[in-house]
Design a binder for this molecule. Structure first.
Ligand code: AMP
Ligand code: MN
Ligand code: MN
Ligand code: MN
Length: 276
């Protein structure tokens, strides 16, 4: 049976496994089509392509771009991108560029509440020095006993209003979609249930995304309840969007949902993988 997982992470961003290990694990868990979608980074794709080729697993090169839209952080997944595309590479480079400065400010915020040397600490969890994220701080804080698990760290330290949170301006929505399309990819709204949008704002966002040429929306993801799945399936139909399915797997022991271990797409939707 087909098992498509179009959203996961490797050590090229904030995942725990190497790209090759992600591919092997996906294969072991019955995934038949996989996209690796590291944050603002395509450096893991080459290794993943090679590993997938050896295992006869269908591989879709992907990326997850951090976007700021009307003050909210939104993630846009690009699927089926050309790895060597120059405009996309430069765009992602510009998104990554401010991460080190932001990390320094996060460390200063944590220092102010008595947690010292968190930048150095977070760096020990980073594999790709160009991509330091809140997840790496979270792992350090758990390691130091400041919280039980990564989820707890976010709640107490790394979200708005908490000491390690630093507001940040990511890519424009228009640019992110343009880079993905320019690289021959399909732009998909990642985990829409995570955003605290009112229904009118959500409609405004989806209309704007579609205007720029965004084509898809994740309907089935690890953090959607069955009710949210139904809501986003209805929105996919309303906006005529392609529907995606992705675990957002970051690593064993950390992610609740295993690669490929998701419900199937609801009926009556156009699966994005048929367009890839
Ligand atoms: P950043 O791009 O540095 O802001 O980090 C974002 C990453 O943090 C996401 O991709 C998730 O991997 C992780 N993250 C965000 N919120 C949470 C949360 N509440 N619990 C666990 N991980 C989270
Ligand atoms: Mn992540
Ligand atoms: Mn995301
Ligand atoms: Mn993700």
């Amino acid at each position: 049976m087909k098992n498509v997982d179009l959203h996961c992470h490797s050590r090229a961003s904030d995942g725990l496994l190497t790209p090759g290990e992600v591919v092997l694990r996906a294969h072991d868990h019955g995934v038949t089509t996989l996209a690796l979608t590291d944050h603002d980074e395509t450096g893991g794709l080459e290794e993943a392509v090679g590993a997938a080729h050896e295992l006869h697993l269908r591989f879709v090169p992907g990326v997850e771009i951090s976007v700021t839209w009307c003050g909210s952080t939104i993630h846009i997944v690009g699927l089926g991108i050309a790895r060597g595309d120059e405009q996309l590479a430069q765009g992602l480079q510009s998104v990554r560029a401010e991460r080190p400065r932001r990390a320094g400010k996060m460390a200063a915020g944590l220092d102010a509440v008595g947690i010292s040397d968190s930048l150095e600490g977070a760096m020990t969890y980073v594999s790709n020095p160009a991509l330091i994220s809140r997840t790496h701080f979270a792992r350090f804080l758990v390691g130091q006993g400041h919280a039980r698990d990564v989820k707890d760290v976010f709640k107490n330290y790394l979200v708005p209003g908490k000491p390690g949170y630093v507001p940040h301006q990511w890519a424009n929505l228009a640019d992110a979609v343009k880079w993905i399309r320019g690289a021959g990819g399909i732009a998909v709204v990642a985990h829409p249930g995570r955003y605290a949008f009112s229904p009118p704002d959500l409609h405004r966002f989806l209309a704007e995304f579609a205007d720029y040429g965004g084509l898809g929306i994740e309907v089935v993801t690890a953090n959607h309840t069955p009710e949210q799945c139904a809501v986003f399936a209805a929105l996919a139909r309303e906006f005529g969007m392609l529907a995606s399915r992705g675990s957002d797997f970051h690593g064993p022991g950390e992610s609740r949902v295993e690669l490929g271990a998701l419900p199937q797409l609801p009926d009556g939707l156009k699966p994005v993988w048929q367009a890839l």
